[in-house]
Design a protein around this ligand. Structure first.
Ligand SMILES: Nc1ncnc2c1ncn2[C@@H]1O[C@H](COP(=O)(O)OP(=O)(O)OP(=O)(O)O)[C@@H](O)[C@H]1O
Length: 383
């Protein structure tokens, strides 16, 4: 299993990040794209099925194509406004993109590839990006003399991210940066993307069609469906609601921000605590006090109207029904557990038998198998 990068207290490479506001419309043959969203600091996921328009949005943000109508602003600076005839060319937008494949220059060393990023930064006013800081953040110091062919896929992507950051972008676009990697390489690189999100001070728009990846990384989620925004907002609110994830409804679930409270002396279990209560999960290799983010899929939550006894599941959280959303034979039940919302996926028959209704006190029972250690992320720093 990959070692997580050492995490000193989060510190910013640059100042506060500007808000990105986007409205774009474009006809691409039979496909029509018409989207509007805003992305604040941190990582915003563009999430949706294949063909929903994610890469088209990334291309238009980068300035690699022109929409029929649209406006893109980063803070106060307007990069595109078709109504006013503004279209800042791609090379002046200071937007860097990391693609599925790292696209490094094969004949150059890692150091020279990084230097290539710095070369692009020279035309922008302000201090140069700190090479040592970027290299340390991405854990690529030991790779500097190597050529791309001698690196693993995950290492190549870390170098590509470093090169992008050294160009001092105001916005970083990442188009499915993990899609070409196997599970082990994904697990290796995710902690570095979390550090990037928390420390680089550059807003990130991150394309993915994987719920687990989005739940782990994103502060804001924009769901695309057939070229339209089906939902957008804070990740926890969007991902736990099946009605906001039409194409991924079966994968809806809550995101909980928790702290490692204790490690079982036998090494088998880890105790996590948060406002909703305490959860016991299979061992997580994180120190006591570490802040973690876990996804609790709605299909892994049961509901009881009385405190369960003689049950093998360890994780029972008291709460109150917040809302019921019937979807065919299934009902998505939202439960407020001391201010934290959980979602449970029940059958209509169970809801009727239990007499569930908004306001009713209940117990949410979370099967401990719901916690997959590879899905556990670090919590984003509050911005
Ligand atoms: N230049 C083009 N001409 C015609 N159709 C296009 C063009 N570019 C993209 N499309 C169509 O637009 C739709 C959205 O494509 P896009 O690549 O943006 O989706 P996506 O969500 O990124 O998909 P994936 O996850 O597979 O990369 C697709 O149906 C695609 O075939």
């Amino acid at each position: 299993m990959a070692r997580a990068p050492r995490r000193p207290p989060a510190r910013r490479v640059s100042g506060p990040a500007p808000t990105l506001s986007v409205a774009l419309a474009r006809c691409l043959g039979a496909f029509s794209l018409d989207v509007a969203f805003t992305a604040g600091p941190g990582l915003t996921a563009l999430f949706g099925r294949s063909g929903s328009g994610k890469t088209s949005v990334i291309g238009l943000l980068a300035g690699l194509g022109r929409p029929d109508r649209g406006r893109i602003a980063l803070g106060d600076e307007v990069l595109l406004d078709t109504a006013r005839g503004i279209d800042v060319p791609a090379h002046r937008r200071r937007i860097a993109t990391v693609f599925q494949e790292a696209r490094l220059l094969p004949h150059l060393s890692v150091r020279a590839n990084l230097g290539y990023g710095r070369f692009f930064a020279r035309r922008h006013p302000g201090p140069a990006a700190d090479l040592a800081q970027v290299v340390e953040m991405l854990g690529i110091g030991h790779l500097l003399a190597r050529r791309p062919a001698g690196l693993s896929g995950g290492e190549r992507q870390r170098v590509a991210i470093g090169r992008a950051l050294l160009a001092r972008p105001r916005l970083l676009l990442m188009d499915e940066p993990l899609a070409a990697l196997d599970e082990a390489r994904k697990a290796e690189i995710l902690p570095y993307i979390e550090r990037l999100r928390d420390e680089a001070g550059v807003p990130i728009v991150y394309v993915s069609h994987a719920v687990a990846e989005v739940a782990r990384l994103a502060g804001t989620v924009v769901v695309l469906e057939e070229g339209r925004v089906a939902a957008s907002g804070p990740a926890d609110a969007v991902l736990r609601r099946a009605d906001r994830l039409p194409a991924h409804a079966g994968e809806a679930g809550a995101i909980l921000d928790l702290t490692v409270a204790a490690q079982d002396p036998d090494g088998g279990l880890t105790r996590l605590s948060g406002p909703a209560g305490t959860l016991v999960v299979p061992h997580l290799a994180r120190p006591v006090g570490a802040r973690v983010r876990v996804r609790v899929p709605a299909r892994d939550v049961l509901v009881a109207t009385r405190a369960p006894v003689g049950l093998s599941a360890r994780n029972v959280l008291p709460g109150r029904i917040l809302a019921l959303d019937a979807r065919g034979a299934a009902v998505m039940v939202e439960i407020a557990c001391n201010g934290v919302a959980l979602a449970a996926h029940l059958t209509g028959a169970s809801v009727r038998d239990l007499g569930l209704a908004p306001g009713l006190p209940v117990y949410a029972i979370i099967k401990s198998v719901a916690f997959d250690p590879t899905e556990v992320g670090t919590r984003a720093v509050e911005i």
